[in-house]
Structure formats: structure tokens, C-alpha cells
Ligand binder design. Structure first.
Ligand code: NQM
Length: 370
């Protein structure tokens, strides 16, 4: 599409613990600047309340999935994730999202991109942001997506049908700095990328317990300063360049578990403290905990004989299957990662973006980091 539509089909879905607007790529303008202008209007950004759009005034509810048939023989569909900033006129494709990913398979069936099986359907997804792949399997009794079921995920009330997501090993290195441990600003960190660039830090090394409520941590100005310094340096060490205007890497504070899990976490995405934890963020944490000599290995209670790792977060836990392989003289890499999420179709309809924004986009990537 070359022009900006005045109205367009949109499916609003909860994917895991996030919520977003799902579009077919063919319904959006092909030109990126026009597409981003349109998505800002759809979401109601920039505005801290997003009062004039679909966005929910938080980064976790200001998300977009753009889905199209895939030209990759290993995939059925392409999924491009876009983070729409809340209080800045910015749309970013610099990060992926494993929660919104949970809705992509059901959306592909809803829109007829994939034919549903009689019992369940597996959709092979190429994640455009990272170039990595995933498969999503979910119930489709009688050839229709059934969103109801008994699966429970922390951070979402009630139960729903499970969406089982498998991630084959990604293409990039698990340890992008080439070390299991680095020191930044006097603090030991382990920088991991198992789908989401993430900096693991022992909470105690930043004078917090790692068990505080997210609001308390967000209000801690001294902590915010330390995290910002560490993130900028870690971004460079991880080969991400100047990350002052992007949402990656994320930062996860680790502490000893309190509720029977392997570790307790508080994750900054990168300024707001996540009320739970992202899926790919959790994949990076889980892999990091298994790395001998890394900062997580000392704190975590990981059962080496089991793939399943329970990651505690502020509103419960996230179970993730994660295994690594380590060559005799080399650095570890991911072998397999899998997780159960749920998704819900909230509405399917037509969204009206409203009058065109007159001010040009101030920047391409996410400057406000909220
Ligand atoms: O890490 C939050 C979320 C995410 C991303 C974020 C995600 C992931 O909870 O895969 O899911 O880190 O910005 O949706």
C-alpha cells in the first residue's frame, strides 16, 4: 500500500503479558515513515496517557505486530515487532518481543495466512527483527482457534489455551562480549543474548535486594543513574553501539530465589521496571544462569539435570525450558529454548487513525526509553 489509509483492519490481542495491535503488512503503508506516522496515531502517541489511541500508556501495552506470508522456506509467516513509544513520537524495530509473538500464530490463522489443523496448529514464524525463528503450537479444534483453556501464566488473570513456543538456537553469539563476565563501573555483569540482549547484574552489587516492588526501584534515582551508565557501556561491549536511544539491552537484577524458583528477577526495559519479565528476556536470563563463572550461576539454584528453569519475577514466575551446549574449549551456545504462553483475541475490527500528525518524527529509534 502506498497511501495512508483512513481506516484499516486491526486485531487487538493480549500476547502473554503484553498487549498489542496486530496488522497484516499489506494493510499498512509500505513506506516506513508513513507506516510509523500511522502507528503513532493508532496508538495515540506521543502522550503519556495515549488518550487518543489504542495504547495503554505503558511500553507493555503500546506494541504492534506486523505479519505477512514468509518467503523463507523455513517459515510460514514473517513477524515484525514494533515498539511504539508512549510519550515520544518514535517507533522502533530495534527489539523483538516474545510475548506479542504468542499471538502471531493465532492471528495468522484468523487472517487465513495459515490453514488450521483439526486438533492443533503449528505455525513456523520468522522473527524479522532478529532473523531468528520460532514455532508456535496452539489448539484449533475443528479448524478454528480456541483461546479458552487451562493454562495459567503469572501476570494474567484467569486461564487460557496454551501457546507452546519453541525457539531453535539463534544465529548470534550467546555471549556477545566474548566473555562470561565483564566489569563495568566496578560492577560484575554477564551480558547474554538468547533472543534478547540482556545484562545480568547481582542486585546486591547495586545496593538493592532485588526483591523490592518495581515502583520502589523505579523511584530510586541513584539506581537509575548506575543502570544507565552500565547499560551504555554494556551496549558498546555487546556490539550494539550507542544504545542511549534504544530499548536494548535490557537489564536484569538477580537475587536469590524466595518462592522455590531458580532465581528472583527485576528487569528494566530499560527504564520502567517490568511487572513480570519478557519472554526472550527470560530466555536470556535462563541461559545466563547456566553459564559457569557468570554472575547468575552464584546466586541461582539451577537443577543441572532438568531443562526447566523457574524464574521468579514481581508478579509470580515464568517457567522456561533452556539448555546449552559448551564445546570443550569454547563459549557456551543455546541448544534449545521453549516456553508456554497464552493469548487472547480482544477485538477484531477497524481502527481509525484520526487526523495526520503534522510534526515530523523526531528520531527513528526509541529515545525516551520508557
Ligand atoms: O523479552 C518486554 C514483554 C517484553 C518483551 C520488554 C518480551 C521479550 O514483556 O520477549 O516479551 O522487554 O520490553 O512483552
Amino acid at each position: 500500500m502506498t497511501r495512508v489509509p483512513e481506516a484499516l483492519p486491526c486485531l487487538l490481542m493480549r500476547g502473554g503479558t503484553s498487549k498489542g495491535a496486530y496488522f497484516l503488512a499489506e494493510d499498512l503503508p509500505a513506506e516506513q515513515a508513513l507506516r510509523d506516522q500511522l502507528l503513532l496515531r493508532v496508538m495515540g502517541s506521543p502522550d503519556p496517557r495515549q488518550i487518543d489511541g489504542l495504547g495503554g500508556a505503558h511500553p507493555l501495552t503500546s506494541k504492534v505486530a506486523v505479519v505477512s506470508p514468509s518467503a523463507d522456506p523455513r517459515a510460514d509467516v514473517d513477524y515484525l515487532f514494533l515498539q511504539v513509544a508512549v510519550d515520544r513520537a518514535v517507533v522502533s524495530d530495534r527489539q523483538n518481543c516474545g510475548n506479542i509473538l504468542a499471538g502471531v500464530g493465532p492471528f495468522a490463522v484468523e487472517r487465513g495466512l495459515v490453514t488450521a489443523g483439526e486438533e492443533e496448529t503449528t505455525v513456523r514464524i520468522r522473527m524479522v527483527n532478529s532473523g531468528d525463528h520460532a514455532t508456535a503450537t496452539f489448539p484449533t479444534p475443528g479448524g478454528r482457534v480456541d483461546y479458552t483453556g487451562a493454562a495459567e501464566i503469572s501476570g494474567v488473570p484467569g486461564t487460557a489455551a496454551p501457546v507452546v513456543i519453541e525457539f531453535p538456537p539463534g544465529t548470534g553469539p550467546l555471549l556477545p562480549t566474548g566473555s562470561v563476565r565483564d566489569e563495568i563501573d566496578g560492577v560484575a555483569v554477564t551480558c547474554v543474548d538468547n533472543g534478547m540482549p540482556t545484562v545480568l547484574i547481582a542486585a546486591a552489587s547495586l545496593e538493592v535486594t532485588g526483591h523490592e516492588p518495581p515502583g520502589d526501584l523505579e523511584e530510586n534515582v541513584a539506581l537509575a543513574d548506575r543502570l544507565r551508565t552500565i547499560r551504555l557501556a554494556a551496549g558498546r561491549l555487546m556490539g550494539l553501539g550507542d544504545v542511549s536511544d534504544t530499548t536494548v539491552p535490557k537489564l536484569t537484577l538477580l537475587a536469590a530465589p524466595r518462592d522455590g524458583g531458580a532465581v528472583s528477577t527485576r528487569t528494566f526495559i530499560p527504564v520502567r521496571c517490568h511487572p513480570s519479565i519478557g519472554v526472550l528476556g527470560a530466555a536470556s536470563v535462563a541461559a545466563g544462569l547456566r553459564i559457569e563463572g557468570g554472575v547468575g550461576a552464584e546466586l541461582a539454584m539451577v537443577d543441572a539435570g532438568r531443562d526447566r528453569i523457574r524464574i521468579e519475577h514481581p508478579t509470580g514466575f515464568l517457567d522456561i525450558e533452556s539448555s546449552l551446549e559448551t564445546p570443550p574449549d569454547g563459549l557456551p551456545s543455546a541448544r534449545r529454548t521453549a516456553v508456554v504462553r497464552t493469548a487472547r483475541k480482544i477485538f477484531d475490527g477497524t481502527v481509525f487513525p484520526g487526523p495526520a500528525e503534522t510534526a515530523p518524527l523526531s528520531a527513528r529509534s526509541l529515545g525516551g526509553q520508557r
